[in-house]
Design a protein around this ligand. Structure first.
Ligand SMILES: Nc1ncnc2c1ncn2[C@@H]1O[C@H](COP(=O)(O)OP(=O)(O)OP(=O)(O)O)[C@@H](O)[C@H]1O
Length: 493
């Protein structure tokens, strides 16, 4: 078989952590090949090595049988491989055209000709059938449009190998389908792709072959056809894993979180929501439904144009996160990179921010108590880290998400709001996080779970479905995927 890309016996260490330990991958020409594994298995580290951003301590990378270029030769790497990361590399303050030609605007030292730049951008976008205005500011694009611009930019350097690192994590159902259609057409044109995802159903849908990494090593490579789901999960986790069983409970009477008459222009209109102690309420809907905006209002990240938010009996000042937390809120934001954690602070410091005032007298935090609490959280959420002193910025994506979760739970919240709580976490960790929400609810909290994932919504006692900024249906437990999706897409009320 002809391999487009190979990594052989790759070792990569970060201090005491061995992120890759003799890891291998070989991707056949023209294949869409999945790379899966638990959080911290070494997938992103392999991506950084396959894209020439990091040098392996041992081992080698080959493209079409030839040794990879020197790290400093960025152009040579760009011609061989492109990567669409979950986190955008697009510069929001620049236009689409500028982003497409960043670092290559001037040819032979000439002044930038803006008109020509836009025309070239238009041509490039047309070639790859991307319907985006080259004059638009990149920061105003949707996640989907931004990814398409990144794919077009990647292909424009001539790369025939694209890595997609969790590309669907922030896309809704229809956008995922459109991405898959595009991937199929790229494959027909002979483009080779490596696809990283924690959604195994996507792996079965779009990939032909799959490689499993576990604990920094290659475990198996097989065609996806005939690779049973249970077997794949067992290869990832090293053991048989049963499906998560949502628990049954009877919600109490007391309302612990409510929003009344909430409106925010362009997002949602005149919404009432009320969550009782011991109850999990889901919020579902497409990207334009307003569900994330509503949740962000409940936690104080957004100030509504009208309406009130009450947490555990306290009417909180709109748009004031600390006030909401003082009233008893714990939350997991949508974008962990912005509002979730402080990368330079340690795991322990991040996880205990909300209780800093309780860990010592006179506002001075006792390091021993912080450490003790942090160690408890690391154990209970199974966070893969060197220890509480490691900066969160060094953790793998899924493990950083668990730290954000730890922070949300550390002060025993009365009201818990989690937005796409399991984004980027592996199958087993997903169960641990959903279990942690159910535990908090059993201790008397009320929770709101906002998610694009039907699996996350299964723990909900009821799901409020939003469509174009309105709550259109209150769906009790027992729904089927098909029924819920139909309501979310506005097909059925
Ligand atoms: N810059 C770094 N400094 C220290 N440790 C690091 C660094 N980058 C990665 N690691 C460690 O290497 C290991 C592998 O991380 P990597 O990000 O490759 O995992 P992953 O498989 O991509 O996980 P996820 O599914 O959570 O994204 C982890 O234990 C991580 O903490």
């Amino acid at each position: 078989m002809k391999y487009h890309v190979e990594a052989r016996s790759v070792v990569k260490r970060f201090g005491p952590t061995t992120a890759l330990n003799g890891a291998e991958i070989a991707i056949a020409e023209g294949h869409t090949h999945a790379l899966v594994g638990r959080n911290g298995a070494g997938k992103s580290t392999l991506v950084s090595i396959l894209t020439g951003l990091q040098r392996p301590d041992e081992g080698e990378v080959l493209f079409s049988g030839e040794t990879a270029p020197a790290l400093a030769d960025r152009d040579a790497w760009r011609q061989r491989v492109a990567c669409v990361y979950q986190k955008s590399t697009i510069i929001p303050a620049l236009t689409v055209a500028e982003n497409l030609f960043v670092n290559r605007q001037t040819e032979r030292g000439r002044m930038i000709n803006w008109r020509a730049l836009r025309a070239r951008a238009r041509e490039l976008l047309d070639t790859y059938e991307v319907d985006v205005d080259p004059r638009a500011l990149a920061g105003e694009l949707s996640v989907e449009q931004r990814q398409l611009v990144e794919i077009a930019r990647a292909l424009s350097f001539g790369a025939r190998f694209i890595i997609l690192d969790e590309p669907t994590a922030r896309l809704d159902g229809p956008a995922i389908e459109r991405l898959f259609t595009r991937m199929r057409s790229l494959r027909e044109q002979g483009v080779t792709m490596m696809y990283i995802s924690h959604h195994l159903d996507e792996v079965y849908e779009i990939c032909q072959s799959v490689t499993v990494f576990r604990d920094a090593r290659h475990i198996v490579t097989r065609p996806v056809a005939g690779f049973a789901h249970d077997e794949l999960v067992a290869a990832m986790t090293g053991e048989a894993t049963a499906a998560y069983e949502a628990r049954r409970r009877t919600p109490g009477e007391a309302v612990v979180l409510s929003g009344a008459g909430l409106s925010l222009a362009g997002r949602y209109h005149d919404v009432d929501i009320s969550v009782r102690a011991g109850e999990v309420v889901g919020l579902a809907g497409s990207a334009s439904s307003g569900k994330v905006g509503l949740a962000e209002t409940l936690v104080g990240l957004r100030r509504p144009d009208a309406g009130t938010v009450t947490i555990d009996g306290t009417r909180v000042r709109p748009g004031d996160v600390p006030a909401a937390m003082r009233a008893g809120l714990g939350f997991v934001p949508e974008d962990r990179h912005h509002e979730g954690f402080v990368p330079l602070l340690s795991v322990g410091e991040n996880a205990t921010i909300p209780i800093a005032h309780k860990l010592g007298s006179f506002g001075i935090v006792s390091p021993a108590r912080r450490r003790e609490r942090a160690v408890q959280m690391i154990e209970s959420l199974d966070i893969k880290t060197e220890g509480p002193d490691q900066p969160v910025g060094d953790l793998s994506g899924g493990n950083a998400q668990k730290v954000v979760f730890a922070r949300a739970l550390v002060d025993d919240p009365k009201a818990l709001v989690v937005i796409n709580p399991t984004a980027g976490v592996d199958v087993k960790a997903k169960q641990a996080l959903l279990g942690a929400v159910e535990d908090a609810v059993e201790r008397g909290a009320g929770a709101v779970v906002v998610s694009d994932e039907l699996d996350d919504l299964r723990i909900c006692d009821r799901v409020l479905v939003m469509f174009h900024g309105k709550v259109v249906k209150d769906v009790p437990r027992g729904w089927t995927d098909h029924e819920l999706v139909a309501v979310m897409e506005g097909i059925q009320e």
